[in-house]
Write a protein that binds this ligand. Structure first.
Ligand code: UDP
Length: 325
């Protein structure tokens, strides 16, 4: 297959590119490098510097290549920033996605895998979240992703677009050989912040909230390895070959870890202390977010291989010891 991977220089996107190349498919990466890194794009992929909001540039790329499917990872993804500046979230995550969808339609490419998020659920009303859980985002980031899911459902009926939206829980970890990893600026995610604290980098780790109604007072999250996310995307493309429609699947391990448990596991994996302090709750954080991924397992045949917290942490630790990007 020949795939267009929009956002292939970013954290999840670059792991996707690597996975697809390992499976001997052809890849064109299209990325504006706003948050991604050129050096994260694995050798073997063709790189095009461009923005998904640039219709003319997209038309050229679709004119030069005949793609079997598109994977779309381009998004702004900071919850707090989305609250402060929602216009850029709706413009980039919704408006520019429409430009990409228009270019696909014009070129006759009818399969899309879309990166969605657990943020579409807002505050959960049950312990584990399956696809029938109500969607009620609590920030513009979550709304922007849910809007695109709506667009994809309508596009399926109107234009016959096939799509799979994958709602990631907490993407984490790094490629097994330590060559690509998670590097955001600013870094807001727990696991990189924990490992940076071990290395004495960053501003010091703060644990946001110790008074949640959880087993130790800190938030519970479902961490899923980026390589496992990548394998689900490729399975989604196979799925669309046999099924018409717009589908959504949750991707997580089904097991939650508290912030304190992640810190304890990191101390075990690194053999070092994780210096941290306790702080107020962070705005917009639900107490518990744990996925049921049964549908992805049943329909896609997805089997996460790096589900253990130790595996997720040790892969990330390897990269943090020698970041290359
Ligand atoms: N968290 C924390 N300190 C940090 C970053 C995150 O205590 O420096 C907590 C955060 O409040 C949440 C969990 O760790 O409960 C996971 O946060 P992250 O930003 O990694 O992912 P999110 O669940 O917000 O997508």
């Amino acid at each position: 297959m020949k795939l267009l991977i929009c956002g292939g220089a970013g954290y999840v996107g670059s792991h996707m590119v690597r996975h697809v190349l390992e499976k001997q498919h052809e890849v064109v990466v299209y990325d504006n490098l706003s948050t991604g890194h050129r050096a994260s794009v694995p050798a073997g992929a063709t790189f095009v510097h461009g923005d998904i909001g640039d219709a003319a540039r997209l038309a050229r790329v679709f004119g030069e290549h005949r793609f079997d499917a598109v994977m779309h990872f381009c998004a702004r993804s900071l919850v707090g920033e989305s609250v402060v500046d929602p216009y850029i979230y709706y413009e980039n995550n919704v408006g520019n996605t429409l430009t990409l969808l228009g270019a696909m339609r014009h070129a006759g490419v009818d399969r899309l895998v879309f990166s969605s998020t657990a943020a579409v659920f807002g505050h959960p009303v049950s312990d584990t979240i399956d696809e029938s859980h109500p969607t009620a985002p609590i920030n513009p980031y979550g709304h922007s992703k849910l809007m695109v899911e709506r667009v994809l459902a309508d596009a399926s009926k109107a234009y016959g677009l096939r799509s799979v939206a994958l709602r990631y829980f907490n993407a984490a970890g790094a490629s097994c050989c330590g060559t690509i990893g998670e590097a955001h600026d600013p870094e807001t995610h727990l696991i990189p912040n924990v490992l940076k604290a071990v290395l004495g980098q960053g501003k010091g780790l703060k644990v946001f909230g110790t008074d949640y109604d959880t087993r130790d007072g800190t938030c519970v999250r479902d961490y899923v390895h980026v390589n496992d996310l990548a394998s689900a995307h490729l399975l989604a493309i196979d799925y669309m070959a046999k099924n018409e429609g717009a589908f959504t699947f949750n991707l997580g391990n089904g097991e939650g870890f508290t912030v304190r448990e992640v810190i304890a596991a990191a101390e075990k994996v690194t053999g070092r202390e994780v210096p941290h302090e306790f702080a107020e709750r962070r705005a917009g954080d639900p107490a518990v977010l744990v996925a049921s991924s049964q549908q992805a397992r049943d329909a896609l045949g997805w089997r996460p291989e790096m589900a253990r917290m130790e595996d997720i942490l040790s892969s990330a630790w390897k990269w943090h010891l020698e970041p290359r990007y």
